[in-house]
Structures are given as C-alpha cells and as structure tokens.
Design a protein around this ligand. Structure first.
Ligand SMILES: [Zn+2]
Length: 253
C-alpha cells in the first residue's frame, strides 16, 4: 500500500494545477494499474514456485535441461604405441582393433549429437610408460566427468574354444553395473549367439580409480581363430561399433 500511496501522490503533484476530477481519475487509474500488476505478478510467482518446487513438473524441467545440454561420453581405445595389448592367433594386435572400433563408435555417436572425448585417436600411446599411460587415461575421465566412459579392449584366453564379447564394470558402481547390463544385451546385435554375461570386477585400475560410471567392453577373444578373424574384418567392426553405439544411447535415456 505504501507504493500505491506514493504513486498517487506523485501523479497528484504532476497535475497539482489541473482539474481536481482529472487528478482523482488519474489517481484511480494508477491504483488500478498497480492492482493488475500485483495480480499478474502473483500468478507468475505461483507458476514459478509450482514448476520449481512441486511434483512432476520438476522432472519435466530437469529432462528438458538435460536434452538442451549435449551429453559427454569418453571413449577409450585400450593400449597403443609400444603397448600392443593382446596379440591374436592371426597376429592381429589388440591396440589396432581397439582403435578401429573406438573411432567407428566416435563417429556414430557424434552423428547422434553426443560429444565424444577420445583418450587416443591415433596409434600412439598417451604416455611413456604403462603406469603413466593408465594414470593419464583415468585423469582424462575424471577431468571430463562424462555421463559414461567406455573402454574398448579385446580379450585372450589359454584355450581356443572361449569366445564372445563381455562387459566389465566396477563392483561398487551401481551406474556401471546398469550400463554394463545394457551394453552386454546391446552387443547381441553383432553376435546373437553370444552367451557371456556382464561381470563385476574390483581390481582393474581404470575401474577402481575413476569417479564416473565406466565399462570395459572386451569385444571378443583374439585367442579364438574364428573370432580373431572377425575382429579384423571391417564389416564386423562396423557391427560391433553400431552395437556399442546403441548400448550407449540406451544408457543415456
Ligand atoms: Zn586390453
């Protein structure tokens, strides 16, 4: 009311020398304008409070904000440089297979509007020693804080018979466990006969030292001749990359 009185007095002074009825009319008009403003203002304030502090509208607002921002993921092509990783029975080097698949995943994800950070994009490792290399990969992930980090590797085993892609997650990460389950299922698109299941692990350095959900995708066994041949085949690499991409997109939902 203080403001209203002040407004009327102000109008009154301006028209002090004018007609007394005109002054009153302007005073009433001023009061009406203030009342309308007050009603609209309180309506807007109510809407704001409801949207931000009540029920389901809050979730919609959060979802819209998430859609507005580009989600960030990290793709890590395992090994590189002087560290070849596993060596296939067909002489394929794990570091090369990892990089080929990782780069394919990157371009597919970018087409989907996802921001991709790569730990390496060429054949080189990212540090001079294995220990420094692992530290640097973890540092990139912790610095970029992606919604998910996917590390691409190939597996190996003593016997020829073992094959199939398998996803690993950190035992104590609920987010990692969920993402690993989704990814393991998504990988069936590339190899429908695969019966491997996502597996928890609490010893891998990358899983232990990272602060966001991380999954390690072992795309197949280089120790199995048939699978090693598939892993160096570009069409199979494309199928794997598409499956990984679909898995990531499902994780981002
Ligand atoms: Zn590896």
């Amino acid at each position: 009311m203080k403001e209203t009185s002040f407004f009327c007095i102000y109008i009154g002074i301006v028209y002090e020398k004018g007609d007394v009825f005109l002054r009153r009319k302007i005073g009433i008009l001023g009061l009406l304008i203030l009342l309308v403003c007050a009603v609209i203002g309180s309506q807007k304030a109510g809407e704001y409070l409801y949207k931000n502090y009540m029920g389901s509208d809050t979730k919609e607002t959060a979802a819209e904000a998430k859609q507005g921002e580009k989600p960030v993921i990290v793709i890590d092509a395992g090994h590189g440089g002087s560290d070849p990783g596993k060596v296939g029975v067909n002489k394929a080097l794990e570091k090369d297979v990892n990089l080929a698949i990782a780069n394919k995943v990157k371009s597919l994800m970018e087409k989907q509007g996802v921001k991709v950070i790569m730990t390496r994009e060429d054949e080189n490792g990212i540090a001079n020693s294995k220990a420094e290399d692992m530290k640097e990969r973890v540092a990139i992930i912790n610095r970029e804080k992606p919604v998910l980090a996917v590390s691409i590797h190939q597996n190996s085993y003593g016997g020829e018979s073992i094959h199939g892609a398998q996803v690993f997650y950190y035992t104590h990460s609920k987010g990692g466990e969920k993402a690993a389950g989704i990814m393991q299922e998504a990988l069936l698109a590339a190899d429908p006969d695969n019966t491997r299941q996502a597996k928890a692990n609490d010893t891998y350095y990358m899983l232990k030292k990272t602060e966001v959900p991380v999954i390690i995708v072992e795309c197949g066994f280089l120790s199995n001749y048939e699978e090693a041949e598939k892993l160096v085949n570009e069409e199979y690499q494309d199928a794997l990359a598409e499956a990984v991409c679909a898995g990531i997109l499902k994780c981002l939902e």
